[in-house]
Structure formats: C-alpha cells, structure tokens
Design a protein around this ligand. Sequence first.
Ligand SMILES: [Fe+2]
Ligand SMILES: [Zn+2]
Length: 381
Amino acid sequence: MSKSGLSIQHIEKQHHQLSVTWKDGHHSFFHYIWLRDNCACIECGDRYGGHRYLEFSELPDDITPRNIIVDDEGKLQIEWNNNGHLTTYSANWLREHCYSSAAIDERRSRPILWDSKIGDEIPQWDYKKIIEDDASRLQLFGRINDYGFGIISNVPTQMDEIERLASLFGFIRQTHYGRVFDLISTPQQRILAQTSHAIRPHNDENFRDPIPGLFMMHSLQASECGGGASIFVDGFNAARKLRHQNQEYFDLLSSTPIPHRRFLVDEVDDVAFSANWPVIQLDHHQDIVAIHINERTMAPLENEAHLVEPVYHALKAMFKLVYAPQASLEYRLESGQAAILDNHRVLHARTAFNGNRHIRQCHVDRDEFFSRLRVLQRQLH
Ligand SMILES: [Fe+2]
Ligand SMILES: [Zn+2]
C-alpha cells in the first residue's frame, strides 16, 4: 500500500485523460499519451536509469486504455487498446509526478530571502561533523540551497585542505587560474582581488560559459587588523526588490544580455573570455533563478539604440540595491573558517584592510552539488 493520503480513491476515464481523485482530496489528471509514454516495464525501459526502448515516434496518436483498474495494492493498472500492452504505476509515483497546477506550484523552489539582519542567525557547521555525519552535511547542503550560502568552522589551515573541502560538494572547476586561487595581500598586485582595497559586491566570472557554480573561500590567515571582512549579498532579494520598485527595469534586466569580458595578456595570462548574460535569469514560472552582476567584468553595452538609456537606468537601480548597506551581510572569516556561496545567487565583496591576509578559493559546478543534495535527501528521508 502507498503512504496514506497518497492512495487513489477514485478514477474516471475521460476522453483524452484519466481523472484521479486522491484520498486526501487532491485531484490529478493524466493524459493517456503521457501515461503510455511513462510505462517503465522491461519492454519500454526505465528512463531514470537511462534505458528507453519505447520511442516517441511509436506512440499512437489515438492511444486509449482498454481497461483500467486500481489493484489490491493500490496500484494503477492500464491495459492499452492497440496491442494489449500492460502498464502498472505505483500511487506514490503518480502523485509525485502529478502535473496539476497546484502540484507544480508546490514543487517550485522557494529560496529564503535575506538581508543584513540575518547576521544574528548565521549557523556554522563543524568541518569534522560534515565530513563524518551525513545528516549534518545534508543540513548544510539544504541551507546552501535555501539561503545560497553556508559557513564552516574548524577547517585545518593547511594549504591543501580546500581540495578536501571542495570534494565534499563536487569537483573543482579548473580555470586559467588553476584549481585553487590564492588571495594574498602583497605589495605587488596583479588583479584587484589581491589588493587590500575594498571590493564591491559581485558575482564571479560572468565572462565564462557556464559561469562557475559554488564559490568556496577558505581563510588560512585572517588579517591582523580586523579588516578584510567578507560581505555577502542576496542577489535574489535585490532582484525581488527591483521587481517591486520598477517592473519595467526588472523586465529589461531579465531580458537584456549584458556582455562580460576578460581580455588579459601579461606574463601569466593570455586569455580572451567573452559571454553575455542577463543580470536576472528567470524560469518559465517567472521565478528568479540566477543573478549575474559584476561591473568590473562588464564590457561596453551593445543594446539597440532605444534601449541604451533605459538599460543604464535599470542597471543603476539594481547596483544601488545590491550595494545598499541594508542588503549586505558583513562576516569576517576567521583563520580556519570557510564560506560556500552559490555564485549564481549570492554576491560577495570585501572591506578594505591593512596587513597580511591569506584566503584560498576555488569553484565547484552546481549540477554535481545538487545531485549530492538529492542523493542525501533520498538516503536520509
Ligand atoms: Fe570575486
Ligand atoms: Zn511498457
């Protein structure tokens, strides 16, 4: 039997679809062509494992059931009219894949938006615990999914430790910087990140395709002067505010590609990266799913003439929101602390400081991270 509430109470054969009423009162409909397509019998193949023998081109247009029953175990069984093929679906599977608007709405991701006031409630995870304890690791992963960042303490301050840390989340994305990049305050500066000036909030490396996913910082040595704090900004919250303030600006920034470039030739680099991304990326529900903003990597805009001024105005409004003091969470990473940020959502910045400071950083792709999150959820729930 399926879990209570997920049992089928009533089915009704309709013209192109099956109407299903559930014991908890929820109502679903499943089109016959969808049901036939999702047969996972040994002949048709189980697509989750990558096996698929039934081909779309073989699906008859007028597919209808000859017979439908809910069996003693609560499973739905359909015998198909064209060749008597038999398909069985568990009630749980059907309910999990219900595509009624209510069910789809329920499955939409709902990030938890935050601003500077989150400061008091930032949880920290103990490094040893997230390595050894799956439940702690799942908690941290869930937190990164909901808030876009997480803080880990008691990370040994050894040079190679970031490799081990990163391997908990995914595979390090190697770039022209190498696998790991050192941010050390030194008198001879090559790029801005290595100077001790303040850096404005930004997402990293929008000139790449794909843009790096999770961004990790491991503090080996915090600056002695107490400066050099990190600043984190929730880009989703800023975009939500912009939508509220000025829908026209929001629409412009979610539809206009912004060019980002990194053209650099010096004794170490010879690169010419170029990619275009909108500041705000939406999914088909119009939900905000990514933010890409960094004025230090933006190339000259190439908009149609009538959009040039409106795009500048919209960008100005968005930059004001992400630079606003009430948007920014200031957090000083002590030696032995690490921060993990979703670079497609959370902007980072740094306050000015004097003295020595050593942070190591790297990127890990997001797909691998989300896969590991789902695996943990499956194992522990
Ligand atoms: Fe950065
Ligand atoms: Zn089949």
